[in-house]
Design a protein. Structure first.
Length: 178
């Protein structure tokens, strides 16, 4: 029986499950195997498709780049957008620039992150409440969830052969969707 999505978090979880069935996909980040598996959105992603990484965001982005160079299609997950600032060097100066320097290089990396702000239920303090979309948007395509439906976003970015950023709004995770 097909699970019906009832809220945004469920729709994201279904999109992750569908993505996990695609060839050469691999998920990497912190707490994708441990703890709450990125707030429950990876619960139905097989563990053999996941690489648990240490707390070292630039390394996580660098591993995603290396995997993409070897033919994998990594989904590189940062639990909070603030952590992407640490990985900005690898994302902007390497993942986004390297294919421009060598047209034969394709880096189909999905950078997935979650944003929050100080006024939301997902209060994580001043140090973890920034929306840094403006930092990354000049360099790679950015898709916002829930502005677009998770299924549509992840189907679209899967077909892209370049690094992309998908930003999910945690305040909307429990919002009912159609």
């Amino acid at each position: 029986m097909k699970k019906k999505e009832s809220c945004l978090k469920d729709a994201i979880a279904i999109a992750m499950k569908v993505l996990s069935r695609k060839p050469n996909v691999v998920f990497l980040g912190e707490n994708i195997i441990n703890s709450k598996r990125i707030y429950g959105t990876l619960n139905e992603v097989p563990l053999n498709k996941c690489i648990e990484m240490p707390v070292c965001e630039n390394l996580i982005a660098g591993v995603a780049i290396g995997l993409a160079l070897e033919g994998w299609r990594p989904v590189c997950i940062f639990q909070r957008m603030d952590f992407m600032f640490i990985a900005a060097d690898a994302i902007i100066n390497h993942a986004c620039v390297f294919p421009k320097l060598n047209s034969s290089v394709k880096l189909p990396i999905i950078f997935r992150t979650i944003k929050a702000d100080l006024n939301q239920q997902f209060y994580v303090g001043h140090q973890h409440s920034k929306d840094l979309t403006h930092v990354f948007s000049p360099y790679l395509p950015v898709f916002q969830i829930p502005e677009e439906h998770p299924k549509e976003v992840y189907e679209k970015v899967w077909k892209m052969n370049e690094p992309v950023l998908v930003v999910e709004d945690y305040a909307q995770f429990n919002k009912r969707i159609n």
